[in-house]
Design a protein around this ligand. Structure first.
Ligand code: ADP
Length: 548
């Protein structure tokens, strides 16, 4: 028996073979089909698709015979890869190279062999497609041609396999990189946002105290500057979340009218400075409460209103909201932000919502900005199942709008007025956060016991029945999840709300499975907290728990 010689290009051939990452992979239907068809076409009982590595003929697929690999020294296909074209042996027993081969003189008694080399895209013979019979025979020229064509198909299949593998690897790498980037941005933004919120909170506290008019306007200036910074940081953070498909929307009751008013109030100072009118026109038939993501909608409104003010020199900006459709379950509201500003040329409208797009370089010089605002706005509105609409005329002004369909909130059964019915419990390890929380609740006329130490809060919960408990999630000693479990065993019927700046999918899932009744993303608007409490605190509390 003659062993197959090692091909002259063996090193390159093996390198080419290994690039396919096909060795030792499981069976696959596509390859099995090829060996099946090959044996049917050539009318042979056996067919194999194999790869030849350093020391084996490894079988990717076989028909009629069950074999994983054959030692290279005993492999017929190892001879085939030395051929330019097919290797055909019509009768093994009369061929001096093979007549004493163990598979010829014994089981499975190979008599006829026809193999076609499988070539890699670099041109190396890395394997073979072969058919085998137990009696001597010949192939017709049609069978010959068909076998070669099938071998070409296998080569294509392998190529596809390799491309897919490479894409998968590239995708995994890109995802890992995007994840790292998002993580870094999240950490950075958190680090920047925390002091900014302290700034915002303390300024608000000072503004609510009697101050000298001069101080009042300085404080407002600090507040506006701080808010601009917060929205800039939020935009960058959200952009990275949107890119990673990790931005989730909340569905919490809120008031559209209040929200628009809030967005306008936040920009009023900017309007006053530029001596622009900033007005609202709100349809009185918009339901009191709709369910949606108030903070994201506020962000959209702020982006649109601040752009409108930025690109307007004379006249003003009007925010209008109209009900355009109403069903039993939901309401569609059209919200438009209309300005009398510089307008946008028709040819720029199509790319306006792309990242980093500014209508002209002169715009950047004159007005600043990152070009991210509208890209984020569009993606947020897309997430809300709507579409940004814009009309504009150069020199006359622009109108940016969208239609939002939001579920109405059933205000029956009657809710309890938590402001007068009892006390709330608030736990956050940050004294600043508890201070802000207490302030917001007191301002609404409610009562609250607030603690920085979860263990002290547990003691309090053993003494006092609470209407609802608000828990920060990340606390060093006892985290919000553990605390919720313990509180739940003390006051099983009290709704528990999680508060966290981390609204990643993982966190929301953990919150859902840890027995919380609600989640509020920090920083939240006072109205979001109020509406959530309205919803969760039920009159029958103590007998049956509200919707969990
Ligand atoms: P930024 O304002 O940070 O540059 P945006 O994505 O918010 O980024 O806006 C992109 C560009 O769209 C702006 O630079 C400006 O050229 C144009 N634009 C946006 N809103 C208006 C508007 N109301 N009037 C005129 N141009 C606008």
């Amino acid at each position: 028996m003659q062993k197959a010689p090692i091909p002259a290009d063996e090193v390159q051939r093996l390198a080419s073979l290994h690039q396919y990452r096909l060795l030792d992979t499981p069976r696959e239907l596509e390859y099995d089909r090829v060996s099946h068809i090959a044996s049917q076409l050539c009318l042979t009982p056996f067919a194999l698709v194999s790869l030849i590595d350093e020391d084996r003929q490894w079988v990717k697929s076989s028909h009629g015979i069950d074999v994983d690999y054959i030692p290279r020294d005993l492999s017929f296909c190892a001879h085939t890869i030395n051929q330019q074209g097919p290797l055909i042996i019509e009768n093994m027993r009369t061929d001096t190279r093979f007549w004493d081969h163990p598979s010829v003189i014994g089981n499975p008694n190979v008599s006829f062999y026809a193999g076609v080399p499988l070539r890699s895209s670099e041109g190396y013979a890395i394997g073979s497609l072969c058919v085998i019979d137990q009696k001597p025979r010949q192939l017709t020229s049609e069978q010959h041609t068909a076998l070669k064509a099938l071998a070409d198909q296998v080569a294509l299949l392998m190529e596809l396999h390799r491309t897919n593998n490479n894409l998968r690897v590239a995708q995994a790498e890109a995802e890992a990189l995007a994840h790292q980037k998002a993580q870094l941005l999240a950490t950075l933004s958190h680090e920047i946002r925390t002091p900014l919120h302290a700034l915002e909170g303390y300024t608000q506290l000072l503004l609510e105290q009697p101050t000298h008019p001069d101080q009042q306007s300085s404080l407002q200036r600090i507040q506006t500057t701080g808010r601009t910074l917060v929205s800039l940081v939020n935009n960058i953070l959200d952009y990275s979340k949107l890119q990673a498909g990790k931005l989730l929307l909340e569905a919490i009751p809120f008031s559209v009218a209040e929200l628009i008013q809030q967005a306008v109030d936040m920009q009023a100072w900017q309007a006053r400075q530029k001596k622009l009118q900033l007005t609202t026109k709100l349809d009185a038939t918009i339901p009191q409460q709709l369910r949606g993501d108030a903070t994201r909608l506020l962000q959209v409104l702020i982006n649109l209103i601040s752009n409108a003010l930025k690109f307007t020199k004379e006249g003003g900006v009007s925010v209008e909201a109209t009900v355009v459709e109403r069903t039993d379950a939901d309401v569609t509201v059209l919200i438009n932000v209309i300005d009398t500003g510089i307008g946008i040329p028709a040819e720029s409208l199509a790319t306006l919502f792309n990242e980093y797009t500014q209508v002209s370089a002169a715009t950047t010089r004159q007005y600043g900005g990152t070009g991210l605002g509208l890209a984020i706005t569009r993606q947020l509105i897309d997430l809300m199942n709507s579409r940004m609409e814009v009309t504009s005329e150069v020199g006359k002004g622009s109108c940016f709008g969208f239609r939002l369909t939001l579920p109405t909130v059933d205000l029956t059964p009657p809710t309890v007025d938590w402001r007068t019915a009892g006390k709330l419990l608030a736990v956050d390890d940050s004294p600043f956060n508890t201070k802000m929380l207490v302030h917001a609740i007191l301002q609404q006329g409610g009562q609250v016991d607030a603690f920085n130490d979860p263990v002290v809060a547990l003691d309090a919960a053993r003494q006092t029945p609470y209407l609802s408990m608000l828990l920060d999630l990340h606390m060093p000693e006892l985290d919000g999840y553990e605390l919720a479990g313990e509180l739940r065993s003390i006051q099983p019927d009290t709704p528990i709300i999680a508060l966290s700046a981390d609204d990643s999918i993982e966190t929301l899932e953990k919150v859902r499975t840890s027995g919380f009744d609600g989640f509020l993303r920090k920083p939240f608007l006072p109205q979001q907290l109020m509406h959530l409490l309205d919803e969760l605190i039920k009159p029958a509390q103590g007998m049956a728990r509200g919707s969990a």
